[in-house]
Write a protein that binds this ligand. Sequence first.
Ligand SMILES: C[S@@+](CC[C@H](N)C(=O)[O-])C[C@H]1O[C@@H](n2cnc3c(N)ncnc32)[C@H](O)[C@@H]1O
Length: 376
Amino acid sequence: MGNYYVACTLGLEEVLAYELRELGARNVDIRRGACAFSSEPDVAYKACLWLRSGIRVQEELVRGPARDREELYDLTSTVDWSLFIDATGTLAIDGSVRDSWANDTRFPVLVAKDAICDQFRHFDGIRPNVERDRPDLPIKLVLHNDEAILYRELGGEPLHKRGYHEVQHKSPLNESLAAGLIQLSEWDPKSPLVDPMCGSSTFLIEAAWLAMDRAPGLGRAFAFERWKDTDQNAWQSVFDEAEARATAGQDHCPRLAGNDNHEGAIAISKIAIKSAGLRGKIELNFGDTRDYVPPFKPAMVVTNPPYGERLQPDDPSLVDSWQSLGNFLHQQCNGAQAHVLCGAPELTRYLGLRTSRKFPVRNGPIECRWLRYELH
Ligand SMILES: C[S@@+](CC[C@H](N)C(=O)[O-])C[C@H]1O[C@@H](n2cnc3c(N)ncnc32)[C@H](O)[C@@H]1O
C-alpha cells in the first residue's frame, strides 16, 4: 500500500474525490486543491490514466523532521533511490517551502539532490544527471515548518497534458479544469451538448471522451512507466482494460457542436479534434454566437466566454460577447441547462438570466464562478 496525493484545481476537490473512489482508491481525504488516498500501485496507475480532473499524482516516499541542512540530507538518504532508477537515469526536484528555515526552495532542493547523488556515487561510482524536461524520476520536496516530505511524481508531465492540443489557442482552458467542470455540471453524457464560444474545443473533446469512456491519458506516456519497481504486468492490464473500454465506447458519442467567431480557433479545434481521434464526431461552425443556430436542440450548454484577463469588464468587446451569448441562450436553448465560466461578475448581467447555482473555481490565477442557468 502506498500513500498518494493528487493535486487539482481549487473548487474541483469533490469531483476528484468521486473519480478516485470510482477507481478504487481507499481512505480518500479531501484537502484544499487536492485529495490524499492510499492504495495498491495499480490504483495509482489507473489514477494517472483515468483521472479527468486531477493534475498530478504523487507518491509519498518519506516524511520526517528536517530542521536544518543535516536533517534534510539524512532524511533524503533514508530512501533507497536505486529501487526506482539506475545511476545512468535522470532526475529533477521541484521544491515547495512554507514557514521554514529556508528562505526559498533553491537550497533545500540542492541538499536533497546532493543526498540522492551521493548515495548513487557511493554504490555505483556515478550519479544520475539532473534533467528539467522529462526526467526519469520527477521528485517533489515539500518543506513546511520543521518537517519535510519527499514525493515521486507518477505522471511526469501534468495530467492535463493529454496530447491533443499540439497548437495552443490564445486563452485555452486547462483540459483537467474543463473535464472537472463538465462533471460538476452533472451532464448526462447521452444528451446533446453545445459550446457556442468553443475556442480550441476543450470542453467538446473532454465531453466526448467522458461519454465514450475513453481514458484521458491513453495517448501519452507517464514517468512511472520507466521506473524499476513498476509492476509492468499490473500496468499492462490497466492499460489493456482502458483500450478495450475505449473501443467499446466508440459509438457512444452523443451529438456535440461548437461555434466560434475566430477563424484561428476553428482551425485549431479541427487539428485538436482529429488528434483526439474524434474526427466526424463534433460539428463546428464559424460565426458570431448571436447568429448561431446549432444543428440540434441542446440539452446542455457549457462555455467559457472571454472575461477580460487583459481587458476591463466594461470593455465594449467583452460586453458584446456576453450580450451575444445572452441572445443565443434566450433564442436557441429553451429547455436546456447552461453552465458559463465567469471571472468577472459584472459581465453576467448582459446575459439577462438568473443563476440557479454557483460553483467557485479557480482558473489559473483568476477566481471564477461556474454559473448554472435553467433556460425555461
Ligand atoms: C476564453 S476563449 C474560450 C476558450 C475555450 N474554452 C478553449 O478551450 O480553447 C473565448 C472564446 O470566445 C470566442 N468569442 C468571443 N466572442 C464571441 C462571439 N461574439 N461569437 C463567437 N465567439 C466569440 C473567442 O473567439 C474565444 O475563442
